[in-house]
Write a protein that binds this ligand. Sequence first.
Ligand code: TTP
Length: 349
Amino acid sequence: MRKIIHVDMDAFYASVEMRDRPELRNVPMAVGGSSDRRGVLCTANYEARKYGVRAAMPTKTALKLCPKLVLVKPNFHKYSEASQQVFEIFRSFTDKVQPLSLDEAYLDVTDCPHFNNSATLIAAEIRKIIFEKTGLTASAGIASNKLLAKLVSDFKKPNGQFTCDPQKTDELIKSIPVGKIWGVGKVMNERLLQMNIKTCEDLQAVPRHQLIQYFGKMGDHLFDFCRGIDEREVETEFERKSLSTERTFNRDLVIMEEIKPFFSEMVAEVIESLEDYSDRVVKNLHVKIKYFDFQSTTIERQLDLNEENFWELFLERWSQDPRPIRLVGVGVKFISNETEDCGQLLLNV
Ligand code: TTP
């Protein structure tokens, strides 16, 4: 049986800011863009969350919910520095670390010799060292697989940990809402609710073939996941699938001359970032448009990498639905290094 720890830093960006500015510690605060420039929040501290303030919320809405909210501009350099320190600590315990984001990772400690191989004690030690070295708190979930470890790492948040006792997994998983299961997004959750399936116990009543019929390959996983079974390994090799950048405008734009200069900037940024990926082959150019009503659309095609082509793609998509634009993004998708994609490419030639 594997021993997996899921570590997740608490209110990460906000905690870094509170660490560095003590006056922010006991007030509701959030990290994000300002309301006059139509910013959104990256995250909020727990004080602000009491008012319903959440990550990804427009700053304007957050200020309505909590007028005293103190807003702090993000400083990504600081977050990335803290993240590097945290990942160094993870890697001092095991090589099998799978990052999920700057502040979150799975660790496979099955073969870790520390603390007589007790994953619970290893997790406590990791959290203790993180606090000593960075001044930040983390929470952890400890279990026999990734699915359960991630599910339970929230149970004792903030600054706590929970170990999923293998004897009690069957009981624990039954009451978990299906929306909490890895891979169940908003749409699938709604479909399940329409079928009157709210918890993993409800889901357990559906035969595997039926789940496959409804949800394809994910249905196959769901059958196992709702029983707390997950064979996925901690993946240490990360293959980037795409590279992109985007701009949110200060106001909604419809005039092409106003939008075009942003393309020059964004394309230059993507081309510069690509220098770090000289071993990768670009498959498609990709353009994203988000309208004033937050509806998004994308277009991608195999074209040469230049500003003109991005612009043409943008015009093609926008002319099909020419409404005011809130955000545009450009990027590239890479060809996967895995053999199946190469095979596909050969067939296409
Ligand atoms: P999360 O781990 O989702 O959240 P959190 O660490 O702020 O809080 P929690 O204690 O509930 O885990 O995200 C990690 C960081 O990623 C977060 O501090 C800011 C950033 N982030 C965004 O920039 N935008 C987002 O929409 C989200 C969800 C996170």
